[in-house]
Every structure is written in C-alpha cells, then in structure tokens.
Design a protein around this ligand. Structure first.
Ligand code: NAP
Length: 292
C-alpha cells in the first residue's frame, strides 16, 4: 500500500461518479493515501470536494472539475433508457483528457442464471433480466468508447452500515429457504482494495478489461442470516419456503431469487494474485458486526 501511496499521491486526481455506498468507501480510502478526489452526487453536499451530477434532470457540473483528472471511477447504474449516464453526458470530454485509467462498476447479473454453476469472465454473458441486458449494453458502451477502461463485475455488495444486520435491526429481514439456491457476495473493502491493488501493480500485471470481484464462498442466504442471528445472540425466525414468501417480496427482490450462480474470482485472486481481506461471509460479517 505504501507503494500505492507514493505512486499516486499528489500527482493524480480521481473523479468518482456516484458517491453512494461503494463510491464513498473508495473515496474515503484513497483520500487516506493523500489522493486528490472529487465525488458526484445528485444533491448538494457540504463537502467542498463533492459536485452535483444528475443525468435524469441533466444537471451537469462545471467543466473545471475535469482539470488535471487522471483517474475516473463510475459507480452509477444504467439510466432508465439503458444508456450509461456518465458516457451520455461526458463521453467527448473524457476522450479529450489524458486519462491513465477508468473503472466501471458493473454487476454479475450480466451472466444470467447458471442454475448454481460457477461462472467466470470467459463465459458468454446471458442476461436474463431486462436490467442486466441494460448493464451489458453499458459495459459495451464503455469498451467501445476506447477509454482505458476496466470493468468490475460485482455480486451482492455488503459492508458496515449495509448488511444483514441492518435488515434484522430494521425488521426488513425475509428468512426464506429455497433448495440449492446460492448467492455470491463481496465486502465493500475488497472491492476498494482489489482496485487499489490493480492500480498499484498496473505496470507489472497483464491488463484484463473485465474482472469479477467476489469472495471465495457463495452460499445460501439462510446460512448468512443464521450467522447474523447467532452473532446478535437472537433466535432466527422459522424460514418460509420461497414459493410461499414470494408474494411478500418486491418484484426486484423476487428477481434476485430467480437466478442462481456461483461467481468465480480465480482471475483476480489466482491469476492476478489479489488476496481477499474477507474471503467468506463469516469474516466479512464479523467486521460489520464490530463496526455497526
Ligand atoms: N448494491 C449491490 O449489491 C450491487 C451489486 C452489484 C453491482 N452493483 C452496482 O455497483 C455500483 C455501485 O453500487 P452501490 O450499491 O455502491 O451503489 P449506490 O450506493 O446505489 O450508489 C449509486 C450512486 O449512483 C448515483 N446515481 C444514481 N442514478 C444517478 C443518475 N441518474 N445520475 C447521477 N448519479 C446517479 C447515486 O447518487 P446519490 O448519491 O445522489 O444517490 C449514487 O451516488 C452501481 O452501479 C450498482 O448498480 C450494486
């Protein structure tokens, strides 16, 4: 990490589009290394390093924010019409800059349903949901832009402040069982650190345009929920079968249960040598438990 600090500090400037859960964790982390970071959000913030960008209302920041920018990270999902919000507003501007690197946060939803099989970057995406097709279209837009872009496909993101603990505490938890159903997930700190690791070793590692960031152990949601109840010292309610529970779920929540896949991290962790901080949900959730 010290290498990273000395190689990126001062002479580089990051723009992070979409400073939500992951964007703000990333921004906070690289600021600790002394990096210059500007972040976007749709509403005004007290933070002088934040600017307003909203592609729906076409609220565009002053061009000055782009002065000296070397790195971009986009954490904004596709717009309703399926286009990428950042490219839709700034493609020409981005092309005119001397960017060293662009990161785009995508989803493993683009792989579709593998009925529980492992899936990796070499597999042909087969989006099943409309929103996953839009996501794949946005990935293509980024690739076709010709910018030096790296796409990170992410499964369910969790971390301190956004995990099963909050769902339990806010009584939003659905304790559901569905035979053979698994989910992949990743702790927000591993998304951040994996990207930092790739930037730090950019000159020595082969450049891969698409990389999954996921933990080692996809597993059932029930296992995760049980583990959280145990840590909280509470009794988990009796699980409800998915078929009976689904009428209680929002259409988006239902859609997650229709797909079943195990996301491989071999490219990142074996070929490229990244070491996960939280290799499974137990390690990651313990961190959330201690920091919530
Ligand atoms: N959550 C997951 O489990 C998950 C899993 C896989 C992939 N992903 C994807 O990974 C990325 C990061 O995820 P996240 O959970 O950290 O996201 P998040 O917390 O929902 O943050 C999304 C950010 O995008 C901004 N945004 C949304 N629509 C916008 C628009 N039309 N114009 C400008 N800005 C807009 C939001 O602005 P405000 O700050 O103003 O709200 C927010 O900063 C997203 O693309 C997400 O879809 C998420």
């Amino acid at each position: 990490m010290n290498n990273f600090a000395s190689s990126l500090k001062n002479k580089n400037k990051f723009l992070i589009f979409g400073c939500g859960f992951t964007g703000s964790f990333f921004a906070k982390t690289i600021r600790k290394f002394g990096c210059n970071v500007l972040t976007s959000s749709r509403s005004s913030k007290k933070d002088p390093n934040s600017f307003i960008f909203n592609s729906d209302t076409i609220t565009i920041p002053d061009e000055k924010i782009f002065d000296g920018v070397t790195h971009i990270l986009s954490c904004i999902p596709p717009s309703k019409n399926g286009k990428d919000p950042v490219l839709g507003s700034f493609q020409n501007k981005l092309k005119s800059l001397s960017l060293e690197w662009v990161g785009y946060l995508s989803t493993t939803g683009v792989y579709g349903n593998t009925k529980g099989d492992w899936v990796s970057e070499v597999d042909q995406p087969k989006p099943f949901q409309k929103r996953s097709q839009k996501r794949l279209d946005c990935e293509r837009e980024w690739i076709e832009s010709g910018l030096p872009v790296q796409i990170f496909r992410l499964p369910g993101i969790y971390g301190p402040g956004r995990s099963t603990f909050e769902a339990i505490r806010n009584q939003k938890i659905h304790v559901i069982s569905k035979k053979d159903q698994v989910f992949s997930r990743v702790h927000v700190a591993d998304i951040t650190n994996a990207i930092i690791y790739l930037l730090q070793n950019k000159n020595s590692l082969k450049f891969h345009q698409i990389i999954n960031i996921a933990d080692d152990e996809p597993c059932s949601q029930l296992e995760v929920i049980q583990y959280c109840y145990d840590l909280l010292g509470l009794k988990m309610p009796k699980p409800i079968l998915f078929e009976d529970a689904k009428k209680e779920l929002s259409p988006i929540a239902q859609s997650f249960w229709i797909e079943n896949r195990r996301v491989s991290n071999k490219l990142l962790c074996e070929t490229l040598g990244y070491k996960l901080i939280y290799k499974n949900y137990k390690k990651g959730l313990k961190n959330c438990f201690l920091n919530s």
